[in-house]
Design a protein around this ligand. Structure first.
Ligand SMILES: *[C@@H]1O[C@H](CO)[C@@H](O)[C@H](O)[C@H]1NC(C)=O
Ligand SMILES: *[C@@H]1O[C@H](CO)[C@@H](O)[C@H](O)[C@H]1NC(C)=O
Ligand SMILES: *[C@@H]1O[C@H](CO)[C@@H](O)[C@H](O)[C@H]1NC(C)=O
Ligand SMILES: *[C@@H]1O[C@H](CO)[C@@H](O)[C@H](O)[C@H]1NC(C)=O
Ligand SMILES: *[C@@H]1O[C@H](CO)[C@@H](O)[C@H](O)[C@H]1NC(C)=O
Length: 433
């Protein structure tokens, strides 16, 4: 949930693309455009393909899925010295058409194809790391073999969930899976676990947007404040911590939004709390560090374990209102040099690297706990085109073009750029200890 968070970067604006095919507009849309109500951006959004040439997004889906173990051995790369954090997106038709999201129960608002997103170019890109190492395509068999018999847990905010759902879809497209916990009721997306019985693997998601224990808004949208206990692991994963072999921790967005922070029963400060409450301002960086420290301490043990700290994946509202149907309508990745990472992305990414380094220096778990960084900031920041945008709603233009409509410019469509997070996670887990 980052709907209330808007990055502080007003400098960017939509750059119409010359590569998009010409548009054929319906009369009402033309009238609106002529009246100046809609930007060129929406025009591209509405009519990415000339009438009659739109092909079903998944007509060629299956030919791109190849998850046999023999396939990956023929894929170069996966070298331990590769650094995947910098690079660029290269045009690679069909590369990212990996599964049918409806069949792996993704959150409805991320199922862009089902929701009617007509353009599919965002599925045609591959991440090419700088330095020449290719990033191997995701391979479910290799992933499951790397975590055979293990419990993989994603802990964090809705971006952590986005990645967790992507993983379940990528694995489920090739191997049978079974929902073993959660996934039902009002909070069905906040805790769930899938089993992949052929390899004895389970994959869980724990909704803990501050990683540590929180009450208030994160549990109940109608509450205004978050109360966050920096010294206490989140309830769900804290109880299960001893069963977790691989933990992927991802949080930032809610810390940017703000909370009141506690150590034990004592309120020690706040970020973005009403001034009349007189809390000491502690910003977002320090609480984020404390949350990672508490989590790493809880997950450290003498038994081998891997804790992966995921870096910040930014939104692309670019200062536009989130209830605008044109909040994010770019249809291609940024090119190298087109947009630099803003300072907040660099700062949050730096915190994750620092905390990973600090945890290693403390010798977490007597050295038995491996600490890794999953650095997705740059590759995510380069993908303004990969978000559901108005296709977070099903058939958003079924009743014409509304003036106000929420756009999701934070999460990624599934399938979509977030699948690449798991390609990198696979390479991390394949590394020898
Ligand atoms: C995806 O799967 C659903 C459910 O099985 C099916 O109704 C839908 O047609 C599929 N979508 C595509 C694009 O193949
Ligand atoms: C998958 O890869 C294997 C081994 O390279 C190959 O024999 C097979 O034809 C591929 N399947 C598809 C659907 O491309
Ligand atoms: C990978 O590259 C990033 C960005 O250049 C850098 O911060 C990081 O330290 C590198 N990681 C390793 C393991 O060298
Ligand atoms: C909480 O209090 C304990 C005991 O005074 C202290 O050791 C710890 O550093 C504090 N933690 C935070 C996050 O302030
Ligand atoms: C905050 O400080 C002001 C000025 O010292 C005081 O009047 C007010 O009662 C304080 N509010 C709270 C909630 O403590």
């Amino acid at each position: 949930m980052g709907a209330s968070y808007h990055p502080l970067d007003p400098h960017n604006y939509h750059k119409p693309s010359s590569k998009n095919p010409p548009c054929f507009l319906s009369k009402p849309v033309c009238a609106l455009l002529a009246a100046g109500f809609l930007s060129l951006a929406l025009l591209h959004l509405l009519c990415c393909s000339p009438a009659g040439t739109q092909r079903p997004a998944f007509s060629h889906l299956l030919q791109y899925i190849n998850n046999t173990d023999s396939f990956v051995s023929s894929v170069p790369g996966g070298d331990e010295s590769c650094n995947y954090s910098e690079g660029r997106w290269v045009w690679s038709p069909g590369y990212a058409r990996r599964y049918n999201a409806t069949e792996c129960n993704v959150k409805e608002s991320h199922d862009c194809i089902r929701n009617g997103r007509p353009d599919t170019g965002y599925l045609d890109w591959r991440w090419q790391p700088a330095g020449g190492c290719p990033l191997p395509a995701f391979n479910a068999g290799v992933f499951l073999a790397a975590v055979r018999g293990k419990h993989v847990a994603f802990i964090g905010d809705s971006m952590a969930r986005n990645q967790a759902q992507s993983l379940v879809c990528l694995l489920g497209a090739a191997f049978p899976s079974r929902l073993v916990h959660g996934g039902a009721g009002r909070r069905k997306h906040n805790f769930w676990r899938y089993a992949f019985p052929a390899h004895g693997v389970t994959v869980s998601f724990y909704w803990n947007p501050f990683i540590v224990k929180a009450t208030g808004k994160s549990e109940d949208e109608s509450v205004r404040e978050n109360h966050v206990h920096l010294d206490t692991p989140g309830d769900g994963w804290g109880a299960d911590a001893d069963t977790i072999d691989v933990a992927v921790l991802g949080a930032s967005h809610w810390l940017l939004n703000g909370a009141i922070y506690y150590n034990g029963s004592e309120a020690i400060g706040a970020h973005n709390a009403p001034a009349e409450l007189n809390y000491t301002g502690v910003g977002y960086a320090w609480p984020l560090r404390m949350a990672y420290r508490t989590a790493v301490a809880r997950l450290s043990s003498s038994r081998p374990r891997t804790v992966v700290l995921a870096t910040f994946s930014p939104a692309h509202f670019e200062g536009r209102p989130s209830d605008s149907p044109t909040a994010c309508t770019k249809m291609e990745p940024y090119e190298e040099g087109e947009k630099e990472l803003d300072w907040i992305c660099r700062e949050l990414r730096g915190i994750v690297y620092d905390e990973a380094e600090a945890a290693r220096a403390r010798g977490a778990g007597g050295g038995a706990t491996r600490i890794e960084v999953l650095d997705v900031t740059k590759l995510a920041a380069m993908r303004p085109d990969g978000h559901p945008s108005v296709y977070m709603h099903r058939d958003p233009f079924a009743h014409g073009v509304p003036e106000r409509m929420y756009s999701d410019c934070l999460h990624f469509c599934l399938p979509g750029p977030v699948d690449t997070f798991n390609e990198i996670l696979l390479q991390i887990l394949r590394k020898r200890r």
